[in-house]
Structures are given as C-alpha cells and as structure tokens.
Write a new protein. Sequence first.
Length: 242
Amino acid sequence: MANNKKRAIVVGATSGIGRGLAIVLAENGYRVGITGRRTELLDELKALHPEAFVTKPFDVSATADVERHLDELTAELGGIDLLVICAGAGHRNPSLLFEGEMLSIEVNVKGFTCVSDWGYRYFAQRGGGHLVAITSIAGVRGNYDAPAYGASKAYNINYLQGLRWRAAREHLLLTITDIRPGWVDTALAQGNRVFWVQPVEKSVRQIYKAIRQKRKTAYITKRWRIIAVFMRILPDWIYNRI
C-alpha cells in the first residue's frame, strides 16, 4: 500500500448509508476498514472491492471490546485519516416497552460514545484527522413514537458539539462533521409517516461532498435545515399536533 493512500474506517457499514459511504470512499481512492455485526454482509461488501476493504465484524454496543477491535483494524490499515460513525438503531415504540428503547440507547448512546472517544484520542495523538458521525433531523426535537431514538440523536449532536469545542480549546487539527439526514430510503423509514424520502445513493453522494468540504454540520438534503429551524421555534401547542 502506498504511504499516501487515504485510509478510513466506516463503523456500521453493513447496510444503508454506511454501506453506501464505504463504497463511495473505496471508489475515491480510500482503503476502508468496514465494521458491523453481520459478517456475511461485510463479506458481500468486501467482494465488491477486495483490494480496498478490510473487514472487522463487531457490535458497537459491546463496548468492552470496541477499542480493541478499532485498534486492530487501524493497525491493519496502517493508520486512518477518517473515521465515520454510521452505526445506529431505532424504531417506533408506541407501547414504550423498555426493551425497545434500550436498543437505541445501547447503540446510539453507549456505542457512539465509545467510538467517538476512541476516535478523538486517536486523532489527538496522531496530530489531526476527521471524525464524522451520522446523526439525524430527529435529534432537533422530541419524537412522540420513537422517543429514545430522537433523544439519542440529540445526544449525538450535543456530544459532537462538545468534542468540537474541546478540539478548538486544545488547538487540534481535528475536523468534526455532524451529518443530519432527513428521511432516507432505509429500513428505519419503513412504517413511518414520512415525506421527502431520498434514495440512499443520492444521500450518500451529498454526504461524501460534505465530508470532502469538511463541513461542521450538513443537513441531507439542504431543505431539512429549514425544517430544523421551524422545529426549534414552533411552540409546543403547534408542534404537539403535527
């Protein structure tokens, strides 16, 4: 491998946005470490670009082992310049069963925090890098039928802001990008009352552009920024009727 080859890890690459981003990165000259729980899906993805992908199956919610897996994968890649956190979980839970809420908490809070902190420390020691996370428009305000999912995404957004502030105070050459998609045509959108659903491929192209531009925050698509503004300013008596 050439020393100047770009290297990345995509956490949560087995489906949806993560899978699409891994493919786009490989097609644009990256050597990519791909992770996920389902080994067979990682193997299917690797078969598309065998020379570009390095697989490491693991579950981000098993936080006791996450750092070891990331260390091993990074060593195999010879270091990384870019870390993309795409692993996420959430679904409608109208009955508010605790087991259903715990899935979002285990993956979107515990797993996300473990990977983010590892990435921050790695790039701080390396002297710089780029940390990207897929959050959501759902993190802007509470969600009535998926409360844990929306709350977990709000946590992601605030955590990234905290890391960005920390990096600035420590004068690190660390870019932290918060990608906030609206509805994308993935399994998460199924069964929900949705609008402006965008194909995964189009979303991935826009996300990759935001990564290349080293944006701090990017709404996918841009029109969701307008929705986010309205979501923030609407009084409860209107928002609760939507």
